[in-house]
Ligand binder design. Sequence first.
Ligand SMILES: C[S@@+](CC[C@H](N)C(=O)[O-])C[C@H]1O[C@@H](n2cnc3c(N)ncnc32)[C@H](O)[C@@H]1O
Length: 410
Amino acid sequence: MSIPHADRLTRLTVLLAEWQAVWRPLPFQSRRPPWAGHLPGLEQALLALSDEACERLQAAPCGTSPLAAWLPVAELGELVDLPDLAGGDAGLPASWSQHVGGRKWQQIEAFVPRVALAPGQSLVEWCAGKGHLARTLARWHGTEVTALEWQPALCDEGQALADRQGVAVHLEARDVLAPDVARWLTPDTHVAALHACGDLHVRLLELAAASGCGVTLAPCCYQRTAAEHYRPLSRLGRDLAGRQGLELSRDDLALAVRETVTAPRHVRRSRERAGAWRLGFDLLQRELRGRDDYLPVPSLAYGRLPETFAGFCRWAAERKGLTLPASVDWGAYERGGRRRQAEVRRLELVRHLFRRPLEVWLALDRLQLLEEAGFTVALGTFCERELTPRNLLLRASLPARACGTRTPPS
Ligand SMILES: C[S@@+](CC[C@H](N)C(=O)[O-])C[C@H]1O[C@@H](n2cnc3c(N)ncnc32)[C@H](O)[C@@H]1O
């Protein structure tokens, strides 16, 4: 039997609060995890994991896990087990995918049949980019779609695409955070948002709660917020978090989206190398400064990583005002960085375990905001995590409106 939303939120709040000293510390910042003394044997068990076991646990942290001897693996697994939100995976005509990237198209294919319109409702896409979703929704529902997007260049490109394909989409160059956007949201509107980030989807939910429009939302990037500290959106979320002492910073929110299974292999390899070099530099800087403290080094845009480890250390040292000695055994520090990376990856598994629970907690707080405004809300997944790890879907409407998904075009 499925767990009622409020119970799920309550139990997740308790667990996230109880274990925050375990999931919050970043293992690359300290040589020993701060929790090591409280959970005897856990650090050693993690460090002894094979590469295969580590990868398996990264991919499925709540599955069968040796961490269960210390951490509430089974309960977390139960609490993040959400249904696939039905809608039918009938498949859309391949011709509709023109000009849409392969993975994005698959996400749209999974998302669109799950958008349930009430009779007479018009459709709006929120933060539409070039309106790929809007074009598909317009074709699927046989109705005009208004697509709100902030960047005029994307609007122009998207409008040209829609016009060329003869699809009834109107792109509006709008900042969804501006006050006048409220006029697009009425009880006769259904708003679809695929991977709208932090404040952008929060704005949608707040306007929906006020206006009564229907919503189908796949939230993303919870940490993209103006506020440094998270204020739960729902009364229940605020109440539970206050009582349990669960305070989330913007950095904490980033944990919810730390899974990057969709990055291409060359990007992952480059990230891995950058990570090992950072840890190698960390070993070096601790010796140079004579202080066993982590020293944050700014991030580098993809493709800007120096070609060698020595080059990276020179760059990082300059940024941090450190003078490097004339001779450094670069090979030793680089190898040390790789060893440290293998350790950090294993110690990170405790954070992985709480990643999805945090994401589900944030989604439930969003759900609760709408329930408190009288909406009927469903939370589930719209695709496999291999397609996108941000696969949670919130579907909300006021009970007076009977919604229906439709069957695919023949
Ligand atoms: C992560 S993308 C999602 C795009 C599209 N829904 C998709 O799934 O491909 C977020 C989009 O939001 C747009 N955006 C960012 N801030 C915005 C704002 N204040 N108002 C409207 N759109 C905004 C960006 O330009 C970008 O196109």
